[in-house]
Ligand binder design. Structure first.
Ligand SMILES: NC(=O)c1ccc[n+]([C@@H]2O[C@H](COP(=O)([O-])OP(=O)(O)OC[C@H]3O[C@@H](n4cnc5c(N)ncnc54)[C@H](O)[C@@H]3O)[C@@H](O)[C@H]2O)c1
Length: 436
């Protein structure tokens, strides 16, 4: 089985299936197709499969021209017909891994995908889970589901885990040039999976001893970010109390050429990964009677940041003898980070809700996000940032630092600005500016 698969990879005869065509799956499908592998994308959302088949791009990191080329040449197509799994040799699973309402891992999407794969896969298929999850998922959850119909892992199919590291909006590191980590059940599976990634990527592929080690590696990456962001958020709050500018402190610390990596404060953490993934780890840790105290503290600090920002805005308005109640506030940016359209878990939306609760009328401008859902209602972005428009508001909050927003216009025309991202660092006239 191993030799056959390696030969198919070499000859580009391996057919690929990507389950889940979102922020991770669509760029991955395009990359595989570009590398010469016939690729079928699977998604439960018909509108996504239709859009792919019409070569209509809906993910910022995908180059529209590249999508058009692979669709036109027949190298990539999409479907919601899971019986076509029987046609593919290599399957990457890129479905969501959210938290449920009790902040516990919700693996229902992985489970559903594994059941579909088990139903239709043929002997000799390679399955790789790419969704972020707790250590043990591949071995304890996915393997038994794939073996349900009598196939044996290692002899009838190969199974492994390779975390996705795509960083939406990153201009340097894309899927193709980002190193990969692979962990699989059995040496042969690891060799085949690693070879597949090596063939598609222009980056190192590291093979770990097990899927659990690879699952843990991904959680280390994201927990590391979460914990360091919380540390710098704590520093920001302390610096404010002490009358010290935390941004100046960070810049100075960066001059040390070793032993320090800069993280920046902000209104909280957002996106589908950094706020959620550490919960996967702390949940699993409890099975071993282990309390991830560092993670819990980090979460406590980060989760409080929207509230802290609102209290700073209240202080700022207070100095102008205004209250949040009945004030008109403009949020500049609702995306969870700069230069992306994704607003999942965005702290800007938490700030919005808190302000509304205190009686403010909130609107937003974000050139990347034409509309958002807040408290179940669709809100539309102000179409343009103009001097007159900015003057309508009692306060402006810079909640995302996009590179295509004119912050100097905001500084010139706003009555008061609370800058959560130090986006106005180059503005010298700062009487109306408060920075986090
Ligand atoms: N977005 C990121 O920046 C990023 C980075 C690294 C890792 N990840 C991880 O990758 C995984 C996917 O994240 P995403 O951001 O691409 O999510 P997403 O919501 O953008 O895309 C997931 C897709 O899977 C589809 N789907 C759901 N259930 C399905 C099923 N049973 N069969 C087929 N398709 C199904 C959804 O319709 C959706 O299109 C998550 O585990 C996430 O933590 C995300």
């Amino acid at each position: 089985m191993k030799e056959k698969l390696l030969e198919k990879i070499k000859e580009r005869k391996l057919k690929v299936g990507i389950i889940g065509l979102g922020y991770v799956g669509l760029p991955l499908a395009v990359e595989k197709a570009k590398a010469g592998f016939l690729t079928i994308g699977f998604d439960v959302q018909k509108n996504k499969t239709r859009q792919v088949n019409r070569a209509e791009n809906y993910i910022g990191d995908v180059v529209p021209q590249e999508l058009a080329e692979v669709v036109k040449s027949g190298m990539l197509c999409a479907t919601d017909d899971f019986s076509q799994i029987s046609q593919v040799d290599f399957i990457a699973v890129c479905v969501p891994t959210p938290l449920d309402k009790h902040q516990q891992p919700d693996l229902s999407y992985i489970e559903a995908s594994a059941k579909q794969i088990a139903k239709y896969m043929k002997k000799g298929t390679v399955v790789v889970l790419e969704s972020t999850t707790y250590p043990g998922t591949t071995q304890e959850l996915v393997k038994p589901l794939l073996e349900q119909n009598g196939f044996k892992c290692g002899t009838d199919f190969y199974l492994g885990y390779s975390p996705e590291r795509v960083d939406p909006g990153n201009r340097i590191y894309k899927i193709k040039n980002t190193p990969r980590v692979v962990g699989a059940i059995g040496k042969d599976a690891a060799e085949v999976i690693a070879q597949m990634y090596k063939t598609v990527l222009e980056a190192e592929v590291a093979v770990l001893s097990s899927p659990a080690a690879a699952e843990m590696e991904k959680l280390l990456e994201n927990t590391y970010r979460n914990v360091n962001i919380s540390l710098i958020n704590e520093f920001a709050m302390l610096c404010h109390k002490m009358g010290i500018n935390v941004w100046e402190v960070i810049e100075a610390a960066k001059s040390k050429p070793y032993g320090f990596q800069a993280f920046y404060p902000g209104p909280g953490i957002g996106g589908h990964c950094i706020p959620l993934d550490p919960y996967y780890l702390s949940w699993k840790a409890r099975e071993y009677g282990f309390h991830t105290t560092m993670i819990e503290s980090a979460m406590t600090v980060n989760d409080k940041m929207p509230e802290y920002c609102v209290s700073r805005v209240a202080d700022m308005l207070n100095q102008k003898t205004k209250s949040i109640q009945n004030s008109k506030i403009l949020l500049l940016g609702v995306a969870y980070k700069q230069d992306v359209s994704d607003y999942r878990e965005s702290p800007a939306l938490k700030i919005w809700q808190l302000l509304e609760k205190k009686g403010a009328a909130v609107e937003y401008y974000d050139p990347w996000v034409p509309n958002v859902r807040v408290n179940g209602e669709i809100k539309i972005s102000r179409p343009m940032l103009t001097a007159d428009m900015i003057k309508e508001y009692d306060a402006v909050i810079v909640s995302t630092a996009h590179t295509n927003v004119d912050y100097s216009l905001a500084a010139k025309n706003a009555r008061a600005i609370f800058d959560c991202k130090n986006a106005l660092k180059c503005i010298t006239e700062r009487e109306n500016v408060e920075v986090l």
